[in-house]
Write a protein that binds this ligand. Structure first.
Ligand code: GRF
Length: 208
């Protein structure tokens, strides 16, 4: 059984998609051991509690410095023998120590087709604002492994979504969530739980 930790900062609709997929059997052989949020008021924590999942608020503000926060975050994961860390709308920069310890065991969902509209400072609505500004006709979402860079890790799965002429960033964001993010994030977790995902020289292979 794959032991999963989900790290969140906000509303947690991606978390909800994973919870639903586990409850409906679309993800087998995995369970969420803990949901951790840097924002104690995040609705995602409430979603976890509603489903009997341990919810931990861990705010950098409660620590004297960043190193102590990073260490506390590390202990939360290491202490639970977590196999896979899922960043689902997590705005915390993951410390290098965690990235090294969990090499190819941390995944992130990004709301564009990487390498477009990603990188430092490109998150949330900004991603969709930039896509609309550039006038792309398709956008989408990407699930990738996390390495030391920002959105630079090996790509696991992508799904394209149509951009319409009258889209606003909010409308496009919602369509990408519904049609791509909530679909591919659970799918990737299931593939990892099945042992079907491998990484070699920075490229991901999925066993069919
Ligand atoms: C999603 O668009 C995700 O791709 C991005 O942040 C948003 C999080 O939404 N990284 P939610 O908290 O899962 O509802």
């Amino acid at each position: 059984m794959l032991r999963v930790a989900v790290l969140v900062s906000g509303g947690g609709t991606n978390l909800q998609a994973v919870i639903d997929a586990i409850e409906e059997g679309r993800i087998s052989n995995a369970r969420i051991d803990v949901v951790i949020s840097n924002n104690k008021k995040a609705y995602a924590l409430e979603r976890a509690r509603k489903h009997g999942i341990q919810a931990v608020g861990l705010s950098p503000k409660d620590f004297e410095n960043r190193d102590l926060f990073n260490e506390a975050l590390y202990q939360e994961l290491a202490g639970r023998e977590i196999d896979l860390v899922v960043l689902a709308g997590c705005l915390v920069v993951i410390p290098d120590k965690i990235i090294r310890e969990f090499e190819n065991r941390i995944i992130n969902i990004h709301p564009s087709l990487i390498p477009s509209f990603c990188g430092k400072g490109c998150y949330g609505l900004k991603v969709h604002e930039q896509a609309l500004q550039r006038g792309v006709k398709i956008s989408g979402a990407t699930v990738h492994f996390v390495d030391e860079g920002t959105d630079t890790g090996p790509i696991i799965m992508q799904k394209a979504v149509e951009v319409r002429d009258d889209d606003t960033p909010e409308v496009l964001q919602r369509r990408i969530m519904e049609q791509a993010e909530w679909v591919i994030l659970p799918e990737v977790i299931n593939l990892i739980a099945e042992g079907s995902v491998s990484v070699s020289e920075g490229h991901v292979k999925i066993k069919k």
